[in-house]
Design a protein around this ligand. Structure first.
Ligand code: ES4
Ligand code: ZN
Length: 319
């Protein structure tokens, strides 16, 4: 992929490759439910979002110390740089770790130690976005945010992920207010498996600056009109949508329609170790399926830069 591109929807826990999971479990003497690498690799046939989350949440338990978080981040940066990524905004699921007794300090310091080297090592700028599990009570998210802010841990924004249906954005109004008041950027997953109504809520109640996925917005023409008018970025993840059966096949993916409608869509890998590839594979898949020409590829890349939390001079460097 030639034009400079930003990756804006990437879960760090979704970058643990099977070999790394097995290695790190063995380093810490952790017993996983998988007898072997092959046994683990046989688990990647998902039927929906929840079936994937069940596997993700078991595997991420190998992350224990600061160096594990630094190492997984380093590996992502190397792979993303090879895919042409020049700016990355990375999610981590704070409660996935704190609920197992791993302090947020360990997580953030580990990740940051790798991010701090990414400009020097890869010419890649980065942001770090702390995501909350929406299927846990909002009070839990509030507690985590209060702690991280109080401890002065360096994060750039907050997000909302995990099981969507039944957990609308409206549950998290106070959490998002606190984050905005603290000067953090705010994004949320909405309209992946959940309805267009959740996208409205994310915009009107959480005041998000970007919507993660948002593909079900297309079911509501009034919503599409607003997203276009306000240039709300949507971070779309084609391989993820196919592997989680959010769309039946790549041929049915709404990306071409989203581009035609003038939505500010970017391509992203979501959980690349689980869904069949990094950002380059996502570009390759949509180019192969839809025969996108160089102009469309450039548009997608440019959209990603325009959708990023960059200062004007940083944006200009990438345009
Ligand atoms: C996730 Cl909702 C969702 N999608 C993809 N990856 C995730 N990790 C945590 N929640
Ligand atoms: Zn996601």
């Amino acid at each position: 992929m030639r034009p400079p591109v930003a990756e804006l929807h990437l879960h760090l826990e979704g970058t643990l490759e099977p070999a790394f999971i097995i290695e790190t479990a063995s380093k810490h003497g952790i017993e996983l439910p998988w007898r072997s690498l092959e046994h683990l690799e046989a688990q990647y046939d998902f039927t929906d979002l929840q079936s994937f989350l069940d596997l993700l949440y078991v595997n991420l338990e190998v992350l224990r110390d600061e160096d594990d978080f630094a190492e997984v981040t380093r590996r992502y940066l190397v792979r993303a740089a090879a895919a042409g990524v020049r700016h990355a905004e990375i999610f981590f699921d704070v409660q996935a770790h704190t609920r197992r007794g791993i302090p947020a300090e360990t997580v953030v310091r580990g990740i940051r130690s790798a991010l701090d080297r990414s400009v020097a090592d890869h010419g890649m700028t980065t942001k770090l976005i702390m995501s909350f599990w929406r299927d846990l009570p909002a009070e839990d998210a509030m507690g985590a945010l209060t702690h991280v802010l109080g401890a002065g841990l360096p994060i750039d924004g907050i997000g909302l992920d995990s099981a969507e249906v039944g957990y609308p954005p409206s549950l998290f109004v106070e959490v998002y207010r606190m984050a905005r008041d603290a000067g953090l950027h705010v994004v949320a997953h909405a309209g992946e498996e959940g309805p267009a109504e959740y996208v409205w809520e994310a915009l009107d109640l959480l005041h998000v600056e970007r919507v993660d996925h948002g593909i079900r917005s297309l079911e509501d023409p009034e919503l599409v009109e607003r997203l276009v008018r306000e240039r709300v970025p949507l971070t779309v993840c084609p391989l993820s949508n196919v592997r989680l059966r959010t769309v039946e096949t790549m041929a049915e993916h709404p990306l071409p329609r989203m581009l035609e409608l003038g939505l500010l869509v970017s391509l992203n890998s979501d959980d690349p170790a689980y869904f069949g590839g990094y950002l380059d594979a996502n570009f390759d898949a949509v180019v192969a399926e839809f025969g996108l020409d160089a102009r469309a590829v450039e548009q997608l890349a440019r959209n990603s830069i325009d959708s990023a939390f960059l200062e004007p001079d940083e944006r200009a460097r990438l345009h």
